[in-house]
Every structure is written in structure tokens, then in C-alpha cells.
Design a protein around this ligand. Structure first.
Ligand SMILES: [Cu+2]
Length: 661
């Protein structure tokens, strides 16, 4: 909605007061408990719509105070600079938006004047910086909500047509395959502007507010609404709603006068029902709610007083909701007022951008407490793409410290509601050097598209995210090779064999470890390989092997390991053999054991010093032998050699003795 310049006249004074109050509050408590706000560049425009692009940059556009939304910009968090972007060719202020499976942004509707919407739609490609116009929707939409569905199509609901017809009641679905709109003619419903919509675990789209009656929209065919139940508080206009885990939604604040009440629903339950949890300290409306890497929800800004946009009662303190305890912790106070038309989103580095609101080009970032709790884990390498349920390898030097792996879908936010963010917690197994991670269990839990992938340590300190894409088979990493075996051949060679479980690998990467902990690459093999010969190894050494199948999307999980010990090699020959007659029928032998890997010693005897026969063996480390039952008064010659599984050593010196008479 567009506001008059007069309504913003008070803003600089209020902002100055906020600065003082914020500064005082911030000084009291360390950032490891309450986080910390920092200013970044004051932007050339007041952003009202914010999007985290798959490039890691933030797209924004303005729209109020006589400024057209036909002027998107891009902010690079790495350099804190703002640049221009291609223009869509219409005023996309008050549009709806969500990301498609390929990372392009679908923008629906827009602004003609207050309460009068454009029927146009278009797609922005962040890689080519180009807009593609789409066929028009059934009618205008001013304040619609987009929701990306499990198959990557996009549902658009609500939005004003004009002041006479009011809300556009017809849900429509952008079908990428057909390049057209499918109208849900049997699901027509007049919803308030920017309704809170979330793709639920059963594939239906859950409408959590701001209306008190909450419903699920089955988008198949021509569409069906099913009432889920009433939320407890009532109408939560300009509150916010967050799908904070798989199938669980939290409703925060909103209403007029605004509430501090909070309620949750579990869509996985047989009969989902709203349940009130601990309230925020501050009542708020016009605030933003942002999912963090650890699954907590950060609430920023808003106004606590009655009225559409009460600028005399801004809330500066952020509050952080823990979904485990369902309680709130007050965070540091921002310096700027963030009320009507403000927006916030999670950045890949774990900070939260808070920006906009009419008259507020100044911009801040919030560093949550986890950024003040010691060293951050790092992601060495992660797949660029993977598909649902599959396992992939994430390389991290922090593997042993990792206790969480999470996904946060890229934000696309305006008017206090984020139409694209959602959260998944991934299961994983630690392996030396990294993690074998399992992707989300299906497209209703993680619709196709781009996500921030985080690893977190035991103190819940997150890494900087890798931006990954979840999609269909074309987005998959190879399946993990199976049945790895290792066989020692001789003393310095090991032969490996495995089953190639995938059809889309471009190579195999074989790794070896001499201690079972630190692996190093030993070979890259062509697609389809199922064996490898590893040579030049140390004798009598235990080696552990593993391998991964790799393609351009990334790496499969590491295979199970296989261990084998190389052949021991021949033992060293014994020396210093002596023979001593002790009776008429017995000669005692003694020698020096020069080997450490012998199984034992073979004793050889001769009656003529020429032809020897083996007459006995002794075990490892034995250095004496008694030759008995000999004939009296005769010469005997002896020699010994060490042996093991590999073979026998050279022979010792020959020693002679003559039995007594
Ligand atoms: Cu507006």
C-alpha cells in the first residue's frame, strides 16, 4: 500500500531516539547472548521486496512514496555495494514472488495504484539478468502470495483486482511445462492480501493466516479447500507465519491492536490443531520473522501500538524463538525503525539483513549470538545439486565437531511475510574428512530449488552456507558405490573391486588411509570402473580404502570401507648358528634371530655336509633346537632358515658337530 509523504515526516526524529535507546540497551549484555546489530550501506532506494538470489546476492526493489517498483537493484553482501538490474517493464511494487526450481524468480501482479493490481507476470533470471514476460493471469493481483509447489510449479492466490471487484478469488498455478496458467475454478476464495501460505507435507498448501480460519488447498484438478481449524488469537493482519520445520508452522503476532501471542500447528498430526505457546515480550505487527541456520526464528521490527502502522510505538528489540523449548529470548535492539514495508532475510553467512520500511533507506544486519561463540565450522566442498532421499558427501575439516546439518530455502519476502523460506534438518553420518548426508525425504518437504546448506557444531555455531539446488534426477549426484573389497596381492599391491551403483558418474575417486583416519586420494578412474590396482605399497601394512562416485553435481556419499594388510615379505635369515654335542645321541643348536616377521624356523640336517633334509620346525622367536635320536660318534651338519606365509629366508651358516661315543 502506498502512503502519503506527510505520514513519514516524523521518521528522522523517531529514528534518532531509537538510536539512543538501542545504544543503551546494547551495551548491557554480551553479543554471545543477544547478538549484535551493525549498519551497512544506506541504499539509494527504500527496499520493500527482498530476495536472496542463488548467486548469494540480494535483489531488492522499491515502490512507495511515488517511486516505481520498475527499478530492481542488487546488493552484494560481500562488497556492500548496490548495483542496478534489468527492469521488468512494469511496477512490481506489491507483487507476489517465489523461486522456481531452476533459481529464477517468478513475480506475479504488481501496482497500478493502491488496491489496483496488474494481471501481468514475469520471470527474472539472476544469471542472465533478464526478464521473461509470461501470459497474463485471470485478472489483476495487488498483494498476492506465491507458493512454489512440490513439482516446481507455482501457486498464486489473492491480490486485489481493483477497488470495485476487490480481491481476486481465483487461485492459479503457473505450470512451467505447459507455459500457462491453470485456474483452480472450484477453489475460489476471497483471502486477505498477502495471505500466509506454506506447502505442507501432504502436498497441499496450508493457509495459516492472517484470517482466523485456516485451510489447506488441494491444488490438483480444479482445486479444493479443506478447513483445518481456527487459530486461537483471531485475525493476525500484518503478523507473520513461518514453516519452521517439516510440517510445523508458527504464527507470530499481528492483529490490530497487535498481539504478542504465538501459536503453532503440526500438519503431520492426524488432526492438526493450533496450540498457543509462550508469547513474545513485545506485541508486534509489521514485523518480520526469519528462519536461522539452527532452526530458530528471529523476529525483528514491527510496531506494538494500535493502528495500521503506528510509528510512535516501534519495537527495536529483536526476539529469538527456540522451536525446541517454544520460548523467546530478547536480543539486541536495532537502531532503525522497521515497520510497514520493511523486510528481513537470512544471508548465506548466517547474518540477517533488515531493511526498508517507508522512509528508511538505512540498512542494518543482525549477527545472531551464534556468531560470537567461537570458531565456525567450515564446508570444504558440498554438491551443487542433489535429489531427494539420496546420500551425498560433504567435505568438512570440522567433521568430528558437526552436530547439525540444515537447509534453509532462499528468502523472497515483502510485507512481513516470506513467501519462499522454509527449513529442513538433515540426517548424516560422520566419516573421516567429512559427512555422508541424506537429502530431504521428498519434494513436499523440500520443493525443488535453491537452499542454504549449513553445518553446525556442538555449540550450534553455523558455517557459512553452501548454496545448493534440490531437484529431479538431472540434479542428482551419483549413487554411492557398494560392495567394496580389498585383496592383498603379494607384499606391495592391493586389488580393489566394487559395484558401480550409478549410471551418471563421470569418475570415481579412490582414497586410501594407512591409519583409518586420514584419507588421501590415490586415483581418479573413468566412469564405469569397477576395479583398481594400488601398487607401491609398504609391506606388512594395513590399509583402508573407500571411494566415491562423482559428477558435475557433486559427490556421492563415501562407500563403506575395506581393509587389508599387505604381504609381510620374506623374513631375514638367521645367523651365528652353532652346534654342540651334548651326548652320544644329541646335538644342541643355537642361532641368532634376525627377523621380526617370521612364523618360525625350519631346521635342516645332513649326514655328509651336502644333502640336507628338513628335520623339524620351531616357532617364532625361538633360537634353539635339540637334535636327538642321533647315531653315536658321527658328524652331523645343520643349517636353519626363517619362514612365514610369503616364503622362507635364505639359510644360515652351516654348523657341524660330532656326537659322543
Ligand atoms: Cu504495501
Amino acid at each position: 500500500m502506498r502512503t502519503t509523504p506527510a505520514s513519514r515526516a516524523w521518521v528522522p526524529l523517531a529514528a534518532a531516539i531509537g538510536c539512543l535507546l538501542g545504544g543503551l540497551a546494547d551495551a548491557q549484555t554480551p553479543p554471545s547472548q543477544v547478538g549484535e546489530w551493525a549498519s551497512v550501506q544506506t541504499w539509494p532506494i527504500v527496499p520493500i521486496h527482498l530476495h536472496l538470489l542463488p548467486t548469494g546476492k540480494v535483489m531488492l526493489w522499491p515502490g512507495d512514496g511515488g517511486i516505481s517498483g520498475n527499478d530492481p537493484r542488487v546488493w552484494d553482501p560481500a562488497t556492500d555495494t548496490v548495483g542496478t538490474l534489468a527492469r521488468p517493464g512494469r511496477d512490481i511494487f506489491c507483487s507476489g514472488h517465489s523461486f522456481l526450481a531452476d533459481g529464477r524468480l517468478l513475480v506475479t501482479g504488481g501496482h497500478i495504484q493502491n488496491n489496483v493490481g496488474l494481471p501481468s507476470a514475469s520471470i527474472y533470471d539472476p544469471i542472465t539478468n533478464a526478464w521473461t514476460p509470461l501470459p497474463a493471469m485471470n485478472a489483476g493481483r495487488w498483494y498476492p502470495t506465491n507458493t512454489t509447489l512440490a513439482n516446481g510449479d507455482v501457486l498464486v492466490v489473492s491480490g486485489n483486482i481493483d477497488s470495485t471487484q476487490g480481491i481476486n478469488p481465483l487461485p492459479q498455478i503457473w505450470e512451467s511445462a505447459s507455459g500457462g496458467w491453470r485456474s483452480l475454478t472450484t477453489a475460489q476464495l476471497k483471502q486477505p492480501g498477502y495471505p500466509f501460505m506454506h506447502l505442507g507435507p501432504n502436498g497441499g498448501v496450508f493457509n495459516s493466516g492472517p484470517s482466523q480460519t485456516t485451510r489447506t488447498l488441494d491444488t490438483s484438478g480444479t482445486g479444493t479447500w479443506r478447513v483445518v481449524g481456527n487459530s486461537s488469537f483471531g485475525s493476525r493482519t500484518y503478523g507473520s507465519s513461518v514453516l519452521y520445520d517439516e510440517g510445523t508452522v508458527v504464527l507470530v503476532g499481528g492483529g490490530d491492536p497487535p498481539t504478542n501471542s504465538v501459536e503453532v500447528i503440526d500438519l503431520n498430526a492426524t488432526t492438526p490443531a493450533w496450540r498457543t505457546v509462550s508469547p513474545m515480550v513485545h506485541p508486534r505487527r509489521q514485523h518480520n520473522a526469519t528462519i536461522l541456520p539452527d532452526g530458530k526464528v528471529l523476529v525483528t521490527g514491527g510496531s506494538s501500538g494500535a493502528g495500521f502502522n503506528n510509528a510512535t510505538t516501534p519495537v527495536y528489540a529483536a526476539e529469538l524463538w527456540d522451536p525446541v523449548t517454544e520460548t523467546w529470548t530478547t536480543m539486541a535492539s536495532a537502531r532503525s525503525i522497521r515497520i510497514y514495508h520493511s523486510a528481513a532475510l537470512l544471508l548465506p553467512d548466517g547474518r540477517v539483513l533488515s531493511a526498508g520500511g517507508n522512509g528508511h533507506p538505512e540498512t542494518e544486519v543482525f549477527s545472531p549470538p551464534y556468531l560470537f561463540k567461537g570458531a565456525r565450522p567450515t564446508i570444504g566442498a558440498a554438491p551443487r545439486r542433489f535429489t531427494w532421499r539420496q546420500a551425498f558427501y560433504l567435505q568438512t575439516a570440522s567433521a568430528s565437531a558437526i552436530s547439525q546439518v540444515t537447509l534453509v530455502r532462499l528468502s523472497s519476502v515483502t510485507h512481513a511475510f516470506n513467501q519462499n523460506q522454509r527449513f529442513n534438518r538433515l540426517t548424516f553420518a560422520r566419516v573421516p574428512g567429512g559427512l555422508n548426508v541424506t537429502a530431504p525425504g521428498g519434494a513436499t518437504l523440500a520443493p525443488p530449488g535453491h537452499y542454504l546448506l549449513f553445518v553446525l557444531n556442538g555449540s550450534a555455531v553455523p558455517s557459512v552456507a553452501s548454496i545448493v539446488r534440490i531437484g529431479t534426477a538431472a540434479d542428482a549426484v551419483p549413487a554411492t558405490p557398494t560392495n567394496l573389497t580389498a585383496t592383498a596381492v603379494g607384499t606391495t599391491r592391493i586389488d580393489l573391486a566394487w559395484t558401480d551403483a550409478s549410471s551418471n558418474e563421470t569418475r570415481f575417486e579412490v582414497e586410501r588411509s594407512a591409519n583409518g583416519a586420514a584419507f588421501q586420494g590415490v586415483a581418479h578412474l573413468a566412469a564405469g570402473a569397477t576395479r583398481h590396482t594400488d601398487t607401491g605399497l609398504a609391506v606388512a601394512t594395513r590399509y583402508t580404502y573407500r571411494l566415491r562416485a562423482v559428477n558435475d553435481n557433486g559427490s556421492s556419499a563415501t562407500s563403506s570401507t575395506a581393509q587389508v594388510t599387505t604381504g609381510a615379505g620374506l623374513p631375514a635369515a638367521p645367523s651365528n648358528l652353532t652346534a654342540t654335542a651334548v651326548s652320544s645321541s644329541r646335538i644342541d643348536l643355537a642361532w641368532t634371530d634376525n627377523a621380526s616377521n617370521e612364523t618360525g624356523f625350519r631346521i635342516e640336517r645332513s649326514r655328509d655336509g651336502d644333502d640336507f633334509d628338513e628335520v623339524g620346525t620351531v616357532g617364532a622367536n625361538v633360537t634353539a633346537y635339540a637334535a636327538t635320536d642321533l647315531a653315536h660318534n658321527r658328524n652331523y651338519w645343520f643349517r636353519v632358515r626363517a619362514y612365514n606365509a610369503t616364503g622362507s629366508s635364505a639359510r644360515s651358516n652351516v654348523a657341524r658337530a660330532k656326537t659322543r661315543r
